[in-house]
Design a protein around this ligand. Structure first.
Ligand SMILES: [Zn+2]
Length: 133
């Protein structure tokens, strides 16, 4: 399914995730939602019958250009800035060791907190590896 605004195909997200991250004032009309992955598009989730833009959700996805504070781990509120700081402080440490420095990071609720409803560890790993190359 392609986003209604940008016409780019998004990524399917669990219904549970959309339910958890839309504002309390919003209602779900569909049964299957995709996340719009376009960097500029203001649409966060869409279905064939409904669209949720950034002002209708409680989460700010890191992959959108208009989001300034780029959180990567939503369960523990770890931002790109936090990771940059850690990578500077421990230049010799790999992704695993850095992750262990965040207390409780392996105890997660990604389905209800991450905008894609998925574990963030792959995103963080890629961020750390890309930053170091
Ligand atoms: Zn879009």
């Amino acid at each position: 399914m392609a986003c209604d605004r940008c016409k780019i195909k998004g990524k399917s997200v669990p219904l549970e995730t959309v339910k958890a991250l839309i504002k309390a004032s919003e209602n779900l009309a569909g049964n299957a939602y995709d996340a719009c992955m376009d960097l500029e598009c203001d649409v966060i989730y869409y279905s064939t019958e409904q669209v949720f833009t950034s002002s209708q959700v409680t989460v700010a996805p890191w992959y959108k250009n208009f989001v300034e504070d780029k959180v990567l781990c939503y369960c523990h509120n770890v931002s790109q800035e936090d990771l940059d700081r850690l990578m500077q402080e421990y230049p010799e440490e790999g992704y695993e060791a850095l992750m262990d420095r965040f207390k409780g990071i392996h105890d997660s609720d990604c389905l209800h907190k991450n905008p894609l409803g998925k574990c963030c560890h792959g995103t963080i790993k890629k961020y750390v590896e890309d930053s170091r190359n």
